[in-house]
Design a protein around this ligand. Structure first.
Ligand code: PLP
Ligand code: LYS
Length: 439
């Protein structure tokens, strides 16, 4: 049910609500997530608080599988847990059939704690430490994505010394530009990621001769918040040419990890063309016997979460009208880091007259970059609640305690019930520094 009051129907924030199945406006309760009033969550758990929809997580996981199945494809889904590594969220996605893409001992431990079998994990990252590689090999990791010749030699030596064989894929840097922002493009020759395209075939042949390694194939990940199928196709086509060349020359390649990066609309625009992407993958893979892996992060979890915040103060200057929230860049870093714009919608009843008005929505942190952006919003008095949308990915996972601000609480709505999945950090927990005198 997405019934906003009539007066609100044409307002920009109403279009944002209408485009999100988990959100609905109820006349009595204001904005609800999966029919649970957000005002009630704020009253019980204070603000800022992350609120997630379990139904959205389940339905996105099923939709992802469904779009590939429609093309006769069953990729192994390795959810990039950097997007949101809360155990409750990992468990939900695991139950839907996801494995994990992990990048550190911490992520490995979280995925394992959520019941994900190491055999269903991919280990990514440009700077894996020796102890992280050893742990992964000893646990029986499914695939280590290798990012350099130096790392390949290191993994081979570590595996040999333990009489183990490490399953490795070479991450190719295909030199293709993609992604929603310069800072989240990863597949250009100038980016730190992956092995230069022209070096990978020789390195793969070399890996096949090294004791301690079992080369399984290639991986790539060209960036994040991507919408253009053509960028993926350009990268994949280049890599498939290498795979064909190696197979023809008798070095078998059996797996292709296509990476992640599928974009989501942060406004009320059109989403990632998943059916067209899956059709493209089917078309370019035709005639080959290759297992495929995908590593989506944002697409699975971003639309499942909001950041609930309260207006602390409003402030009118000669230059502008500021709305100051109790959430800031320490909670949601994306606007400050990438100039990202998340939709912001009011949670409670709004005055019908004199709105919307353009205003600067900012946080309380002592940085000028602590701003959510410029929004057309109804007049919001101190105490009014707002929801910052699509905050399920790279939200809580990237938050910090900068400016002495405790980490926010997290609540998961599952089958109509709000579950607190992380308590708000207390001020005491924040200040547990240890000062150890020199020995
Ligand atoms: C290696 C790797 N795989 C997958 C992802 C997930 O990306 P996204 O959340 O854009 O799907 C990332 C992050 O960009 C990544 O670095
Ligand atoms: N953290 C980024 C994307 C980079 C993902 C990691 N390679 C974001 O919030 O959009």
């Amino acid at each position: 049910m997405n019934d906003a009051p009539d007066l609100a129907r044409d307002q920009p924030w109403h279009r944002l609500i209408a485009a999100r199945p988990a959100l609905a406006w109820h006349a009595m309760d204001g904005l609800c997530l999966d029919d649970v009033p957000l005002a009630g969550i704020a009253a019980r758990h204070a603000t800022p608080t992350w609120v997630y929809s379990a139904a959205t997580l389940r339905s996105r996981m099923a939709a992802l599988q469904g779009e590939f199945a429609a093309q006769g494809l069953t990729p192994a889904i390795r959810y990039a847990i950097k997007a949101n590594d809360h155990l409750a969220i990992l468990s939900l996605l695991r139950a839907g059939g996801a494995g994990a893409d992990v990048t550190s001992a911490g992520e490995f431990a979280r995925a394992a704690a959520a019941g994900i079998d190491p055999a269903a994990m991919v280990y990514s990252g440009v700077g894996k430490r020796a102890e992280e590689i050893i742990q992964a090999i000893e646990a029986g990791i499914g695939q280590i994505n290798v990012e350099s010749a130096e790392e390949l030699a290191m993994i081979a030596a570590l595996a040999r010394a333990r009489d183990r064989t490490a399953p490795v894929a070479l991450r190719i840097n295909p030199d293709v530009a993609a992604g929603g922002h310069d800072k989240i493009s990863t597949g250009r020759a100038t980016d730190k990621f992956g092995i230069a395209y022209q070096d990978t075939a020789a390195l793969y042949r070399h890996a096949a001769t090294l004791a301690g390694l079992r080369p399984v194939g290639f991986s790539t990940h060209i960036g994040s918040q991507i919408f253009e199928i053509a960028s993926y196709e350009a990268a994949y086509t280049r890599i498939l040419a290498l795979i064909d060349e190696l197979n023809a020359a008798g070095t078998p390649v059996t797996m292709f990890d296509l990476g992640g990066g599928f974009g989501i609309p942060y406004d009320d625009g059109i989403g990632f063309p998943l059916p067209a992407y899956a059709a493209m993958v089917r078309r370019i893979l035709a005639g080959r016997d290759l297992g495929i892996v995908i590593e989506p992060g944002r697409w699975l979890v971003a639309p499942a979460g909001i950041l609930l915040a309260r207006v602390t103060l409003t402030k009118a200057t000669e230059a502008d009208d500021f709305v100051i929230l109790d959430a800031g860049m320490n909670d949601l870093l994306r606007p400050a880091l990438y100039d990202a714009v998340h939709g912001i919608v009011p949670v409670g009843a709004v005055e019908a007259s004199g709105w919307p008005r353009a205003c600067e929505v900012v946080g309380p942190v002592c940085e000028s970059s602590d701003r959510f952006g410029r929004y057309d919003l109804p007049p919001l008095a101190p105490g009014a609640l707002v929801a910052v949308l699509d905050a399920g990915a790279y939200g809580a996972a990237m938050s910090s305690t900068y400016n002495g601000r405790p980490l926010a609480a997290q609540v998961l709505i599952d089958r109509g019930q709000p579950h607190v999945i992380r308590m708000r950090q207390s001020i005491e927990q924040l200040w547990r520094d240890e000062i150890i005198p020199p020995a």
